[in-house]
Design a binder for this molecule. Structure first.
Ligand code: HAM
Length: 429
């Protein structure tokens, strides 16, 4: 057997219903808030992320699935969706066709990280982005959207953390203060942090090395260094959250591991999914569109990890599986053809029907019907065929009725609507 690649997973029937539930609820919520779906290629030019996500990020430095293709071009599997969506926004001048470009994307991302629970090398994101709105009301809407999504999924024990990382006007002052505050302690920090102090001091807050934490916890806070405009913006965002009654906690270390963020950053953390507890994260990126060669347009968005949302769901959540509504059993060769005809008729009429393919005994067929949890079993033997009838057995009550062949569809349809297998989205009974 050739095993799957480390850090990738198969999502099998039994689990996929939870994925479908998350996807269905997400689409519903995104569309309620006016977001339209977009899909971009999984493969992009490497430089899109080097420039977009940022040269000093772990993603670009260590985690990209980048390679030279057969034409000599440097390409990569996308590690995140934001630069791709910005590229598409610019390439197709989306602001011409959409009054307020509000889009979402669902799809796989790739990062060469150390796999563990909730962290994979191929994972899936639900990503939401808005372009061109500078007003803090959109920050409020995006965080509200994220929270509504988590709530609608039935996820409990989650919390929102927020911060502001300032803008190019106030951040240099903060970076300087950070290095100054570190002083001699800089030499006690890990090698990565020492490098970060020189290239992008804000990244020091991403450090996970335990020995570094007491030093990092003593460092100054971004919010104390915001310029007036950033301060007013952040106050307004918090006012919107209060207006909507959405609880949030200020987290001074929330600088997010990507280089494009300006002003608002936020995450939703869950307490029941293990060490990888960020269900989603995002923020504002007011300089990214221009940086990637587009017009000077601000942007904001977030991405949720589908695997992590699925992990955090209540145990009973999931799309109700498409169970069989009717099983057709045949006794003998001629009835077999009639049974296949009937199954096809059911399916074309929108009734989920199943049949045994092997021509086995009635007992074996009934067993299969039982495993499929079909509430109705239709039995056709030579007798029934001769009389132009079908025997319908209701497995819930044990009742048997002979129904004229011409009436079978109406008979089953009337009884199939109230079955557990009627499909749809919701909590399993
Ligand atoms: P991110 O924080 O790198 O942000 O990823 C967002 C979410 O993707 C995380 O909160 C987590 O749920 C999930 N995730 C990330 N890496 C993995 C992994 N290796 N395995 C499983 N899940 C993972 C971004 O990607 C930004 N593009 C978000 C954004 C959109 N900011 C503005 N717009």
């Amino acid at each position: 057997m050739i095993p799957s690649v480390r850090g990738t997973r198969d999502i099998l029937p039994g689990e996929i219903e939870r994925w479908q539930f998350v996807e269905d609820v997400s689409r519903e919520v995104f569309e309620l808030y006016g977001y339209a779906e977009l899909r971009t290629p999984i493969i992009e030019r490497e430089e899109l992320f080097a420039k977009g996500t940022g040269e000093t990020t772990d993603i670009v430095q260590k985690e990209m699935y980048a390679f030279t293709d057969k034409g000599g071009e440097r390409v990569t599997l996308r590690p995140e969706a934001t630069p791709s969506i910005v590229r598409a926004f610019v390439e197709h001048s989306l602001e011409q066709s959409m009054p307020v470009p509000k889009v979402y994307l669902i799809g796989p991302m790739f990062r060469y990280e150390r796999p563990q629970k909730g962290r994979y090398r191929q994972f899936h994101q639900l990503d939401v982005e808005v372009f061109g709105v500078a007003d803090p009301s959109i920050d409020g809407e995006i965080i509200d959207l994220a929270w509504t999504l988590v709530t609608r999924l039935g996820i409990e024990n989650a919390e929102i953390v927020i911060n502001s990382v300032g803008c190019p006007a106030c951040r240099p002052r903060f970076s300087e203060a950070l290095v100054e505050a570190l002083g001699d302690d800089l030499s006690k920090l890990c090698g990565d942090c020492q490098r970060r102090a020189a290239t992008n001091p804000l990244r020091i807050f991403d450090c996970k090395v335990p020995a570094d934490q007491p030093i990092i916890d003593r460092l100054p806070h971004t919010v104390d260094f915001l310029c007036e405009a950033c301060r007013a913006h952040f106050d307004a965002v918090q006012r919107y959250l209060a207006l909507y009654g959405i609880p949030s906690r200020l987290s001074h270390r929330l600088v997010r591991g990507l280089d494009y963020y300006t002003r608002t950053t936020f995450e939703v953390l869950a307490s029941n999914v293990g060490a990888q507890n960020a269900l989603l994260g995002g923020g504002r990126y007011d300089g990214l569109v221009k940086e990637l060669g587009g017009p000077d347009r601000v942007g904001i968005g977030f991405a949720a990890g589908l695997e992590r949302l699925v992990l955090a769901l209540p145990p009973a959540a999931g799309r109700v599986a498409g169970l069989s509504q009717a099983f057709v059993a045949a006794i003998g060769d001629r009835p077999r053809d009639a049974a296949f005809e009937l199954v096809r008729e059911f399916r074309l009429a929108g009734i989920r029907a199943d049949i045994d393919y092997e021509g086995r005994s009635l007992r074996a067929q009934m067993k299969r019907a039982d495993r499929l949890a079909a509430p109705l079993v239709l039995i056709i033997g030579d007798d029934e065929l001769g009389r132009g009838q079908v025997k319908v057995k209701d497995m819930r009550t044990g009742d048997q009725t002979d129904v004229a062949r011409s009436e079978v569809l109406a008979f089953v349809r009337a009884r199939a609507t109230d079955t557990a297998g009627a499909g749809g989205v919701g909590l399993r009974p």
